[in-house]
Design a protein. Structure first.
Length: 97
C-alpha cells in the first residue's frame, strides 16, 4: 500500500472520528511518512505534536487490528516522541480505518 493510499484512508477515518486537535506524524523510516492534523492526512514531512516511529508493515497491522498498540509499544516496534496523549487518543482513528 502506498503512503498516499494510507493518507486517504486516514483522512476518511479522521472525518468519521471527528478529527484530532493535535497533529501526529507516522514515521515509516526509509518508507516515508504520513502526517495527520484536524480531519486531513497527507504524505508531507511536517513537524507534529507527536511522532510515532513504526515500520510500514507494523503500521498496517495496527490499522487492520492485527497488532495491539500497547504490545507494539512495549516490544519496541512502535516508538513515541512528543505528546504521548496524542498517541493514546488514536484508537478511535484506527478503529475507523
Amino acid at each position: 500500500m502506498e503512503n498516499s493510499d494510507i493518507a486517504l484512508k486516514m483522512t476518511e477515518a479522521l472525518i468519521k472520528a471527528g478529527g484530532t486537535a493535535k497533529s501526529v506524524k507516522f514515521d515509516f523510516g526509509d518508507d516515508g511518512q504520513v502526517f495527520a492534523s484536524g480531519t486531513e492526512a497527507s504524505t508531507e514531512n511536517a513537524e507534529a505534536d507527536c511522532t510515532i516511529s513504526v515500520s510500514k508493515e507494523d503500521f498496517l497491522s495496527l490499522a487492520e487490528g492485527n497488532l495491539d498498540p500497547m504490545m507494539a509499544f512495549m516490544s519496541g516496534k512502535l516508538k513515541v516522541a512528543g505528546d504521548m496523549s496524542v498517541a493514546m487518543g488514536l484508537q478511535s482513528i484506527f478503529s475507523n480505518m
